[in-house]
Write a protein that binds this ligand. Sequence first.
Ligand SMILES: [Zn+2]
Length: 634
Amino acid sequence: MAAVLAARLCEKVRQSMEIEFNSITFWTDSTIVLGWINTSPHLLQVFVANRVNSIQELTNIENWRHVRTQDNPADCVSRGVKPQELLEFEMYWSGPDWLRESIESWPEPLVVSRSNELPELKRVIFANTSTLDSEFIDLSRFSNLTRLERVIAYCIRFINNCRRKEDERLSSSLSCDEISHASLLLARLSQRQSFSEDLVTLSKQGQVSNKSKLIKLHPFLDENGLIRVGGRLNNSDYVYEKKHPIVLCSKHVFTRLLFAREHKRLLHAGPQLLLAVIRENYWRIAGRSLARKVFHQCVICFRNCPKEISPVMGDLPKRRVTPSPPFYVTGVDYAGPFLIKDRQGRGCRTSKADIAVFVCFATRALHLELVSALTTEAFLATLKRFVGRRGKPAQMYSDNGTNFTGAYNELSKLADFLQNKANSIVKAIENKGISWSFIPASSPHFGGLWESGVRTVKYHLKRVAGNALLTFEDLSTLLIEIEAVLNSRPMSPLSCDPSDLTPLTPSHFLIGRPMESVPDRDYTAVPTNRLSHFQRIQQMKGHFWTRWSLEYISELQKRQKWTTQQGLLEANDLVLVKEDHLPPLQWLLGRIVETHPGKDGVARVATIRTKQGTIRRSFAKICPLPKCIGSNNS
Ligand SMILES: [Zn+2]
């Protein structure tokens, strides 16, 4: 006020004196006033701002200077002095001594204090309003509900701290209440996003519309603004949360995170238990499928119970659908070992023998040979016996022996034999003009033909021989009998023609009639004309081939299993590599480097990089890990 008076007085004097003033200086002992005068009026409260405004209009800001209180002549007026003292009060009448000297000797101008320390400043408040929706926090960035809850709890604490005075602010670790409050807030957020219309109708009319999904739950809004199930358990003794669970939509990310956390908390509970526990607090729409999904997508649960994928059953290889003489294309495998004794009677010594199973690719005819030792020589001798009786095959296929890796001692010996001797065998055989191929490791179904041959041989041998110790001769005889039985098995169902009593069997291709049937008399009575008999046999063989293509091949058309494509494996997929003799938890983890599509464009084999090196496996031996829950957008 005083400063304004001074400014107005100065103006009045200036106007009435009609003298040109060189300079005017205003003195004040108040630093606050000086600060105000140096401040823009818009930052000040209205009363002060108006006065500062008029001072700034009437005077020049630089003309205002500070005087110390003891040098201020006006000070005695405001404090009051006795009249006698006033008479002798030099400063009141003539001002401080330095005023009569030159400007240079006046006190140094005071540095005006910073404007934000001044009283009567306008308080500037930044109001930042935001609604709690998906833009507030991107829930899909979280894969862990606990972390999400803590983030929300810290946000809430920050907001509350901003409202509090400095000494009341919280900075310790989060309390239980804060986290459960955050959890409720998340539930409310998820309801707001999933049931926005129902929330509006509930708050306005107290009930949901007839078309709502929630109508059967008889929902209501609780004091926190959460939709809860009204239900029919009002009279029960259950706790409030169980009587009136919070409604959640299973499609919302919060529900998904909740299920995933509960699944882990319940030590990887199955879908049923998971649902039951969550039902204590929450009511989920379509929760059953979510529970199942969470269960199936859990990597740990999957590793305990892996599932392989099966690509659609492959087209049959050319060698299996091209008419060719029996054993023209042959697969070979070993079965065993079997114990044999060196002679009949007491005191005999036992030794081991294996069975070489030869399978014709075109007719599925079997040829069995007993092999006394796992040596190249023994195998080549076996092959000689086979070739001598069945003719030289053009192409031979075999397992490369790693199927037996890690199995018990005898089988691993067999594996060693097949692996280590393979090269010398292949060399010896290829010298004879037979080409040799291997099927992929550890995928016996690729050699499905002879694997089933081996299995059926064992089946019959077990039932016939039991644990009896046989000599080499006995076992060979038995094997040939088994061979005959197996070669008499029907390849195609009996035809619908009632007059046609014999099914087509492999032995038809070998000897022109079923092995097990007794040759009938007409047939043994050899016609005198040999040529016509030969022609007749040729004719019969032709007839068999016709039936082969009619009946057998059309049977093969059907894909017995793996009829549908069950999802594709791609490079970079993370997979478990199945090992038959190990529990699933010890299966190797690997990443697919590339897949190898067959002629029909469907891949069934993949190259996989594991910690034990790069391996090649068929899809049946691979279990793809489920894709991460977080990355899944349902
Ligand atoms: Zn799990």
